[in-house]
Design a protein around this ligand. Structure first.
Ligand SMILES: [Mn+2]
Length: 428
């Protein structure tokens, strides 16, 4: 059995930060296009059901726009014998039931906040799907509290729009412990737009938005194909069909001769990304790049402002029609500091430069070891301070203070301090 699980669709949303020359195409780069693409692939690859995890519609008053897109998709799917089921999220509490009333082939699950189970069949397999829909815009109580899921034969999955491990949330807060204890074989979740790394062994987590709509929603997006064989989840794989991709790219300016070289470096960095995108089930038409200039360079600021507008609007990439543009350039370079020269000075600048050079000495160097252990003792004391408690997550405690981490901390702190001292010398 093939099940296509679809996360937050948000029909009616538009991609943000497009250059003016793409403004007219905004509608064809949005969720409606992602929906058309996934519907076409679902029909072509003969899935048995498409299930949607809530927030299908961006705003309650997007009824007519969503109606047209949803109706076309639902008709195509059900016409091909594919069931379409969904739950309401906090964005479409009222509009989704209204749409469902107009589209009898769309099966709304768990209307009014009452858990509901349906049987799905396909490929000789059976599956029980539990769903719950938001009854009101704000739900401060866990939909899993007081809910028992009777044991069933075969596979059972849950479909839920909720805020996981977010205590005090107004959007159906649930805990991972509650999900684990529910006794189902998996949970397909909506609400958070960042997808979890779902897989057949652990089918529990956020599906993510179907297509990114702003730079915060960077990286690959799309629905998930779940294949059931012999009563168990055999495969789970993301269908990369988003029409636009927001992407982050670090460009290392270390050793580049001047600010203009950053433009060449960026153009050189794009073909590998292009090959990756071109290999997708349905590659994006547009790629929005957030470029971060990194490394040690004196050209960071000039490079960041030096890209001509034409390159911001569209970057030439050989052999593709795909439109690449620069959404933003951030200068995160560090200054070049002539450490060896400075280390000869008999003042605080010289002492600090000597210590920074010591960090590059072999790991067996006793002076280096001494510097790292003194730093580690200092950092351990800091970690015990009450004002850090509750902020540090697992893995950030003192067990994490290995030589690499401590040396990196010293290098960054030391370089920053040294740059500050040199700047104040220069300004007299
Ligand atoms: Mn939501």
């Amino acid at each position: 059995m093939k099940l296509l699980a679809v996360g937050d669709l948000h029909l009616g949303r538009r991609p943000s930060r497009l250059p003016a020359m793409l403004a007219e195409r905004a509608a064809e780069l949005g969720p409606a296009e992602a929906w058309r693409r996934l519907v076409a692939h679902a029909v072509e690859q003969r899935v048995d059901a498409v299930v949607l995890a809530g927030d299908l519609v961006e705003r309650e008053d997007d009824f007519f726009e969503a109606y047209r897109d949803l109706r076309e998709g639902v008709e195509r799917l059900t016409g091909a014998g594919i069931r379409v089921l969904g739950v309401a999220g906090n964005h479409d509490v009222q509009v989704l039931p209204r749409l469902a009333a107009q589209l009898p082939d769309f099966e709304l699950l768990g209307a009014g906040g009452h858990w509901q189970a349906v049987q799905l069949e396909g490929g000789g397999e059976r599956l029980q799907l539990w769903g719950w829909s938001f009854p009101t815009k704000v739900v401060a109580k866990s939909p899993l509290a007081e809910q028992q899921f009777p044991a069933a034969e075969g596979l059972s999955l849950g479909l839920l729009h909720c805020d996981r491990d977010a205590q005090g949330s107004q959007y159906a807060p649930v805990t991972t412990a509650e999900l684990n204890a529910a006794g189902l074989d998996g949970w397909l979740l909506g609400h958070i737009h960042q997808p979890d790394p779902l897989n057949a062994e652990r089918l529990q987590g956020y599906l993510g938005c179907v297509t990114g709509m702003d730079p915060g929603e960077h990286g690959p997006r799309g629905p998930w194909l779940i294949e059931v064989e012999r009563g168990r989840v055999a495969r789970c794989q993301q269908w990369l069909v988003a029409p636009i991709q927001y992407e982050r790219l670090d460009l290392d300016l270390t050793d580049l001769p001047g600010p203009d070289a950053a433009q060449d470096a960026l153009l050189t960095a794009l073909p590998p990304l292009e090959r990756e995108l071109a290999a997708r089930l349905n590659p994006p038409d547009v790629v929005a790049l957030r470029v971060r200039l990194v490394g040690q360079s004196q050209h960071g600021a000039a490079a960041a402002t030096g890209f001509p507008q034409a390159l911001h609007d569209q970057l030439p990439v050989a052999g593709t029609e795909r439109h690449y543009f620069i959404e933003r350039i951030i200068d995160a370079t560090e200054p070049v500091i002539p450490l060896t020269d400075l280390a000869g000075r008999a003042d605080p600048v010289g002492l600090l430069a000597q210590r920074l050079l010591l960090l590059d000495a072999p790991a067996t160097d006793p002076e280096r070891q001494n510097l790292l252990s003194r730093t580690r003792r200092h950092l351990e004391k800091q970690l015990q301070a009450t004002h850090w408690q509750g902020i540090l997550r697992e893995g950030q405690g003192k067990e994490h203070l290995d030589d690499v981490t401590v040396a990196d901390y010293l290098r960054r702190a030391g370089r920053q301090a040294l740059a500050g001292m040199l700047a104040s010398e220069e300004s007299g």
